[in-house]
Design a protein around this ligand. Structure first.
Ligand SMILES: NC(=O)N[C@@H](CC(=O)O)C(=O)O
Ligand SMILES: [Zn+2]
Length: 431
């Protein structure tokens, strides 16, 4: 396939380039990027006037539920959903059934992940066998089979000793441990943020300290033994203060936040009438926490945006709040949700785009400079900043047809994803 993308405003992973550019993809690689049109081009052309041409969006945190829970999602449906959400690459969480905690399970996801119809899928492996936090999984053998990071997500690494061991073991490999930060004893039977909402509703609250203590624990261990530690789906203002200080100290720590924590708060959960689709771990917190996450994106404390797309069957969500499962499905509107939120707040689009493109690659040790260099693999996402569309989960490729964004009108949508020599997905003209 040869394709000429004309007149695009190019975001190179860090900033917008001045003026417009022409980019040519040939045989899966970037063959030309310049202000001048390519000479003697033969093939398909696409005019991207007014659109942003970016390195492909990568999601560090996607639950694809395969193997074992394919009624919720599978690698194929998740891959198609990812491509339609603007993503070319998804990191699949290992809290499946069985969990991805051994080389053969990693190899299953890695092999299938290369041959999917939409976004490619890279496997994450568990830190501990069966995610029990007792025995270290075979991390390096899993890495040989394609595991790109390690996490017991769904839960923190239960034992501090084991987290310390994993960090120490991986020190020098460039492979990160991804922590779902949570002090289990403070989670208890929690349902919502401990704050206004728990007071008003009487539902059990999950205090911010539940997350913050996990961040403290991780930072302390990192300081002692080295390694790379990535905190995922941070939700509390205080967690970011700790990350900010740890970065200033020079520790190898990174973090991501989710589109739902950037968009919603406890107030939206109350306004929804305690709709189970707003139930998630960590819970949607206060407006102050939410705005602090945006502050983190602006000042670079937050590295990446990870969706934590957590698909569940309607029967597991369409329930009284206390009985609904924890998790929000968002892959197909996540990037749009964040782009829209940035415009509303006057946050520079570059900050959001960098968190969707360059940061995830850096965290995985997959480069971050010259993402659009001639000769590089074509891995591209096109955004139409003016496209306005209402979120309609019933039309999603994901098996989860529900979301707290249902019916919300967003401005700024991915419209094309391209990987190697394939256009993975292109938005329809009508909106
Ligand atoms: N975030 C959630 O509420 N749920 C996730 C697990 C997780 O990411 O911790 C899931 O697997 O459903
Ligand atoms: Zn988690």
């Amino acid at each position: 396939m040869s394709i000429w993308l004309k007149n695009a405003t190019v975001f190179d992973g860090k900033a917008f380039m001045e003026g417009t550019r022409h980019l040519v993809v040939e045989e899966g690689q970037i063959a030309h990027l310049g202000a001048e049109a390519p000479e003697g081009f033969e093939g398909q052309t696409l005019d991207l006037e007014g659109k942003w041409l970016c390195p492909g969006f990568w999601d560090l945190h996607t639950h694809l539920r395969e193997p074992g829970q394919e009624w919720r999602e599978d690698l194929t449906s998740g891959s198609l959903a990812g491509a339609a959400g603007g993503y070319t690459t998804l990191v699949a969480m290992p809290n499946t059934d069985p969990p991805v905690d051994c080389p053969s399970a990693v190899s299953y996801v890695a092999r299938k992940g290369r041959e999917l119809p939409g976004a490619r899928v890279l496997p994450a492996g568990c830190v501990s066998k069966e995610r029990k936090g007792e025995e270290l999984a075979e991390l390096l053998k899993m890495a040989e089979e394609g595991a790109v990071l390690f996490t017991d997500d769904g839960a923190p690494v239960r034992s501090s000793g084991l987290l310390r061991l994993a960090l120490r073991y991986l020190d020098g490999t460039g492979l990160a441990v991804m922590e779902h930060s949570e002090d289990r004893s403070l989670f208890g039977k929690g349902q919502v943020h401990e704050g206004v909402i728990s007071a008003v509703s009487g539902l059990a609250g999950v205090p911010s300290s539940c997350e913050v203590l996990g961040v403290q624990r991780g930072i302390e261990l990192l300081r002692e033994v080295g390694g790379c530690l990535h905190f995922t789906h941070l939700s509390a203002a205080r967690s970011l203060e700790l990350i900010r200080a740890a970065k200033a100290e020079g520790l190898s720590v990174t973090c991501d936040v989710t589109p739902h924590h950037l968009t919603f708060s406890e107030e939206d959960v109350m306004a929804s009438g305690y709709d189970g689709y707003f139930k998630v771990n960590p819970p949607l917190r206060s407006v102050r926490d939410r705005e602090a996450l945006w502050g983190g994106i602006e000042d670079g404390t937050v590295d990446a945006i990870g969706t934590d797309h957590a698909p569940w069957h309607a029967d597991e969500k369409d329930l009284p709040f206390q009985e609904a499962s924890f998790g929000i499905a968002s892959l197909e509107c996540a990037a749009a949700g964040v782009l829209d939120g940035a415009v509303r707040r006057g946050v520079a689009a570059e900050k959001v785009l960098a968190a969707l493109t360059r940061a995830p690659r850096c965290i995985l040790g997959r480069g971050g400079d010259d993402l659009l260099a001639v000769g590089a693999e074509a891995d591209l996402t096109v955004v139409d900043p003016d496209r306005v569309e209402k979120v309609n989960p019933r039309l999603w490729r994901s098996k989860a047809k529900h979301s707290p964004w249902s019916g919300v009108v967003l401005k700024g949508w991915p419209v094309l994803t391209l990987l190697g020599d394939r256009v993975l997905w292109r938005a329809s003209e009508e909106q």
